[in-house]
Design a protein around this ligand. Structure first.
Ligand SMILES: [Zn+2]
Length: 393
């Protein structure tokens, strides 16, 4: 039996594959320097399976050996004011809840370190951040003196690192053996019952309910709802302190501590298994219709002799373009992250350009990859004297 045939959260083999896409690029945030390299990018298949026993979803066709989270990995959303506001508020809330002043924060998968730096700035905590794609030259804050960055994947070899608060944001969805990972984190906390553990991931329920296929891509090999996430943490020996959504309900957060999983608060939304089964069925029946609608929208623009750019070159754009098979209908993808300008979208070969480029290109249409950014993108376009039609996926 291959690893993909078994639920990586509960061990069951009672999985139903409900969404398949073949030959999608295995990375969507890795910087690609030429169109040729982008088009020749390694590919893998999506075959998303739903576990009937625990509600967890995983790409049953996933092969972890293809991934390379090097310093060329460009995942940051920190160039967006909307995202920065969300992160600032999150840091303030976490500090208010857990009083992190003078404590040590350990972040597993800290990316470029932006959250950890801000959390230490706001709270007065010291930090340890671990990530293979961390780049020291990106950290300019004075608070960096109180933070140790380790350029590596988190693993058992770092189990000696102790902290009062352990956080892991937008990392678990990149990990196939989720139970093994959460159990490893739990094991490092033996004898430290007061350690707070905070995980944040994309919310899988929204993906199902909105048929948000653009949020299903190879890098994300696992998907959770509130219930499946809570079940996994309880099964690893955590007591759950809070379970909620944020960032316009796009993200799912869990706060817990080592302890008796049968104790403490129980959240009514944990009992979502039957509801999730219904949502999976609805996704399966409606997603094709959504593909058709999206393709027709693009075709209408092309037929009218107009130009359209995508705004946002991250994973959603890669997934949108590859899943719908859109190629020359779209010429450019815009991004506000200057590290991406002049690079190419993995798998599709679209060139990534700056917002400024649009002054010259003058597209009649802008398709925003995440509706949450529409207000700030509309303003940027107005500031440049542009007023294209703006739509969001
Ligand atoms: Zn399961």
């Amino acid at each position: 039996m291959s690893i993909g045939e078994q639920c990586q959260a509960c061990g069951s083999t009672n999985l139903d594959v409900f969404f398949k896409v073949q030959k999608v690029p295995v990375h969507s945030c890795l910087m690609v320097k030429s169109r040729e390299e982008a088009l020749a990018f390694p590919r893998g298949d999506l075959a998303i399976g739903f576990c009937n026993e625990c509600g967890f979803m995983q790409n049953t066709a996933f092969d972890p050996s293809v991934h390379n989270y090097s310093p060329d990995y460009e995942e940051t959303q920190g160039f967006s004011p909307r995202f920065r506001d969300f992160q600032t508020e999150l840091c303030a809330t976490q500090d208010a809840k857990y009083d992190l002043s003078g404590k040590t924060v350990l972040e597993l998968g800290c990316g470029k370190g932006e959250f950890l730096v801000q959390l230490c700035e706001i709270s007065g905590a010291s930090g340890i951040g671990i990530d293979p794609s961390y780049r020291p030259e990106r950290t300019t804050s004075a608070v960096a003196e109180r933070i140790e960055f380790i350029v590596d994947f988190y693993s058992e070899k770092f189990s000696h690192l102790t902290a009062d608060y352990v956080c892991c944001r937008h990392t678990l969805e990149h990990i196939q053996p989720v139970k093994e990972f959460v159990q490893m984190v739990r094991n490092t906390l033996e004898g430290r019952p007061d350690t707070i553990v905070f995980f944040e991931i994309p919310d899988g329920e929204r993906v199902l309910v909105d048929q948000a296929f653009e949020d299903i891509y190879y890098e994300h090999c696992t998907y959770f709802t509130k219930g499946s996430l809570a079940r996994l943490f309880r099964s690893c020996g955590f007591e759950i302190l809070d379970l909620y959504k944020g960032f316009d309900d796009q993200y799912l957060m869990i706060e817990c501590k080592p302890g008796d999983p049968t104790q403490g608060k129980r959240f009514p939304e944990e009992d979502d298994l039957e509801q999730t089964k219904g949502q999976v069925a609805e996704f399966r029946s409606k997603v094709e219709e959504k593909f058709k609608r999206f393709r027709a929208d693009i075709q209408r623009i092309v037929d009218a002799g107009e130009k359209v750019v995508l705004w946002g070159s991250g994973s959603k754009a890669v997934s949108y373009l590859t899943t719908l098979g859109i190629t020359t209908e779209v010429e450019y993808v815009v991004d506000i992250n200057p590290h991406k300008w002049g690079k190419f979208v993995a798998g599709t070969g679209h060139e990534i350009v700056s917002p400024e480029f649009l002054k010259e290109y003058k597209p009649e249409n802008v398709l925003v990859m995440n509706a949450i950014y529409v207000p700030e993108i509309t303003q940027s376009l107005l500031d440049m004297g542009l007023s294209p039609k703006i739509d969001a996926v």
